[in-house]
Design a protein around this ligand. Structure first.
Ligand SMILES: NC(=O)c1ccc[n+]([C@@H]2O[C@H](COP(=O)([O-])OP(=O)(O)OC[C@H]3O[C@@H](n4cnc5c(N)ncnc54)[C@H](OP(=O)(O)O)[C@@H]3O)[C@@H](O)[C@H]2O)c1
Length: 300
């Protein structure tokens, strides 16, 4: 076990008692892979997967991001096996909006029946009576936010919340207009969109959400399935005594106080490296260099 680290301080969502350390953990990488089917089936190394989740929490992580469609069911079952009975302060954030095809595809699942079944699957596989946070994932485009009303599925989630099955509601893969629409229906505690050093479309949105005390949780903070890499990033990281991945995470932490991190890994070594990113301070002149890497958007 490692010592509890200072995980970049905590963030409390405005108007709620929900407070988490800013350095969290994303569970998607715990599921396996079957040829071209990503996030599919059991992990290569179940013991290490369980150890990663346990060590994250033992190190102070109290925010885990997951979904029952990772695996499917696999990551939730690993989280339950690793942690249940859960620590009182742990916040598990799950998401609804998709289901998996037999070919590994991600299929829209936003009907009343599918959302209700999704809540029941998450409750059963996590082994809880109430889900801490459910993110409703927009599926107008699988890969990026695209306009379209989310009113109907949000009304269903709001009903499930009133029934006591969901504590808080968040959104994923959404536009500012969809966030505004959602906030007219139900309080929104967090927004989870694709954002990192080279993916900066949400810069202004993050600031707006910070103003309203809503958490912004970047997915693919390290670049996702193809982690960020460039000579520039490596050189700057080395000059600060860190690794490129630590620098990418530290940069996110310094962007805005409402940014909560959920880097994903199936490796204990990478978990330890990522948690240490909270200790990396980026001087302002270096921050300016890093900002110029990501603006305008360019792919590494
Ligand atoms: N809402 C959405 O639509 C959505 C979409 C995607 C993901 N998510 C959530 O966001 C979380 C984070 O995303 P992600 O895991 O896909 O992407 P990520 O955190 O950007 O990167 C994960 C990748 O980086 C590697 N990695 C992690 N730490 C590393 C390190 N220190 N050095 C080198 N490589 C490292 C991982 O491989 P190893 O396993 O080998 O470490 C994995 O390939 C997920 O767990 C999931 O909960 C949400």
């Amino acid at each position: 076990m490692r010592q509890q680290t200072e995980l970049a301080g905590s963030f409390t969502v405005a108007g709620t008692a929900m407070s988490v350390n800013r350095m969290g953990y994303g569970a998607m990488q715990l599921a396996g892979r079957d040829g071209s089917k990503l996030v599919w089936g059991p992990p290569n190394n179940l013991d290490e997967a369980i150890a990663v989740v346990r060590e994250a929490v033992a190190s102070g992580v109290n925010h885990i991001d997951t979904s029952d469609y990772y695996g499917p069911h696999v990551t939730n079952q690993i989280i339950r096996r690793a942690l249940s009975p859960y620590p009182a302060d742990l916040v598990i954030v799950t998401k609804l909006g998709a289901r998996r095809g037999e070919d590994g595809s991600w299929i829209t699942a936003l009907s009343r029946e599918e959302l209700t079944a999704g809540v029941e699957d998450n409750l059963r596989n996590l082994g809880v009576d109430v889900l801490d946070v459910v993110n409703l994932r927009s599926m107008f485009s699988v890969h990026e936010p695209a306009e379209g009303s989310m009113e109907a599925p949000l009304n269903v989630l709001a009903e499930l919340q009133q029934q006591g099955l969901i504590r808080h509601i968040g959104l994923s893969n959404v536009t500012p207009a969809q966030i505004a629409e959602a906030r007219r229906i139900v309080p929104i505690v967090c927004v989870q969109n694709h954002y990192n050093l080279v993916r900066r479309a949400d810069d202004a949105l993050i600031e707006d959400l910070a103003h309203d005390g809503i958490a912004y949780v970047p997915f693919f903070p390290l670049g996702g399935f193809t982690p960020l890499q460039s000579a520039e990033l490596s050189d700057i990281a080395a000059s600060l005594g860190g690794t490129p991945m630590q620098l990418a995470l530290a940069w996110l932490l310094q962007q805005s106080p409402n940014i909560l991190l959920i880097p994903g890994t199936s490796s204990l070594k990478h978990l330890r490296e990522n948690l240490q990113a909270a200790q990396l301070q980026i001087p302002s002149e270096v921050l300016a260099n890093l900002n110029s890497i990501g603006k305008p958007e360019k792919e590494f």
